[in-house]
Design a protein around this ligand. Structure first.
Ligand SMILES: CC(C)(COP(=O)(O)OP(=O)(O)OC[C@H]1O[C@@H](n2cnc3c(N)ncnc32)[C@H](O)[C@@H]1OP(=O)(O)O)[C@@H](O)C(=O)NCCC(=O)NCCS
Length: 377
């Protein structure tokens, strides 16, 4: 094959194929296995979406009931995982703790010894991780703060269980529904950096858990999932709606990136941000606290005017989660609680038709030169 053209950041490069999701840039539309994410968010829920991504089709009622029972029976995490997580030095970011938790969890999987090319075992591992991710994130936060882990409640779905384990009490229906919808929106997004990273890792015939650990590390970055936490930090730094316009103008003048805006793929809008933003505004209205949404509205308007940029899903996720009283360092771990499904879908897809991912690079270093012994340098 002839050498291709170099594109920094692989922009515009086709790096593979997928059946998982389609990003239609013209329509700013996101589709999971043929279903518009808007419909899945409105009519379905996270568990249906997870089933769709892992098994390829939406579940029948019986399949969904079976899947929910399976998730409920798989949610518990061995105590030793929490013990390991509790030993992580204080102040570690929860995404680093999540990596530790998932890495520690791997050997306890009943299919640990099964090789990476076994499709059925990979699906079973994916379901187990989907079930456990919320517990690892919520209880990881608890143990980092000197609290005991809380056992998941088998009667609760992924969103409700996460909130229950985090807070120690059941959340109200609207809070659960909001988090549930956000999990649908965050579940999958083509060859994004973390999914690609997961594919690269397993393409060497490493295991699905290793692929997920790589992906968690990638998602942490603020140009990717970490943007939701940084966006909230920015809203807090702005502090009030009257300061928002100047803040944005100053930041743009200094060539600073505004977190939660722009996208490599979308050029007009990110369809997920509208749904997320509506939920955030609704919670603000219900709580009678519109300070954050008011600041966000000015930020959004100003960036649009000044730079023609639109919010991606991470911007409204930031104030939505804040209004749900979720600690800011857990915003990106929540993204992972959802994206585990997309990652596993990509990993399984990669391993079902594997070829080592190993691109070329341009060497820009020194030309060949003679070796000089150490004492003569
Ligand atoms: C997502 C992102 C990395 C995509 O970037 P990309 O395709 O590599 O685009 P670039 O960073 O090269 O940006 C292209 C132009 O838009 C500007 N731009 C893009 N996103 C911007 C942002 N969030 N704030 C300010 N300017 C931005 C760049 O400064 C650049 O402007 P210039 O041509 O005048 O120099 C980028 O939009 C970004 O950093 N956003 C903030 C982080 C974020 O929200 N990440 C979550 C993504 S879902």
């Amino acid at each position: 094959m002839a050498a291709g053209t170099y594109s920094p950041g692989l922009e515009g490069v086709i790096a593979g194929a997928t059946n998982l999701s389609e990003i239609d840039i013209e329509k700013s539309q996101l589709v999971y296995r043929g279903y518009n994410v808007h419909e899945l968010a409105k009519e379905g829920g996270f568990e249906e979406t997870a089933y769709l991504l892992l098994y390829g089709e939406l579940p029948t009622r019986a399949q969904l009931d079976g899947f929910n029972s399976q998730l409920a029976s798989e949610r518990s995490v061995p105590d030793y995982v929490y013990d390991v997580m509790a030993k992580v030095p204080k102040g570690a970011h929860p995404m680093d703790q999540l990596k530790v938790g998932v890495a520690a969890l791997a050997p306890s999987d009943p299919d640990y010894e099964v090789g990476p090319l076994d499709h059925d075992a990979n699906v079973r591992k994916a379901v187990r991780m989907t079930a456990k991710m919320g517990a690892i994130a919520a209880n990881g936060w608890r143990v980092a703060h000197g609290q005991d882990p809380i056992q998941p409640d088998p009667s609760l779905n992924t969103a409700a269980n996460f909130l229950y384990m985090l807070k120690g009490e059941k959340a109200d229906d609207y809070t659960v529904a909001t988090l549930n919808t956000s999990l649908v929106l965050y579940a999958e997004h083509g060859y994004n950096a973390s999914a690609f990273c997961a594919r690269v890792t397993v393409s060497a015939l490493s295991d699905i858990y290793s692929g997920v650990v790589s992906a968690i590390g990638t998602l942490k970055g603020m140009l990717h999932g970490g943007a939701n936490e940084k966006a909230m930090a920015m809203l807090m730094e702005i502090g009030s709606p009257d300061k928002a316009e100047q803040y944005v103008k100053d930041a743009l003048a200094q060539k600073k990136k505004i977190m939660g805006f722009g996208h490599r793929e979308y050029k007009i809008s990110d369809s997920r941000s509208g749904i997320m933003g509506d939920m955030g505004h609704e919670i603000a209205r219900r709580k009678g606290d519109t300070k954050w949404t008011d600041i966000a509205d000015v930020v959004e308007r100003t960036i649009k005017q000044e730079k023609g940029l639109f919010p991606n899903v991470d911007f409204p996720a930031a104030y939505t989660y804040y209004l749900l009283d979720i600690p800011i360092p857990l915003y990106t771990p929540i993204f992972a609680v959802s994206r585990i499904t997309g990652w596993c879908g990509h990993i399984i897809e990669q391993l079902d038709n594997n070829r080592l991912i190993r691109p070329k690079c341009i060497y820009e270093g020194e030309k060949l030169r003679p070796y000089v012994p150490v004492d003569q340098r």
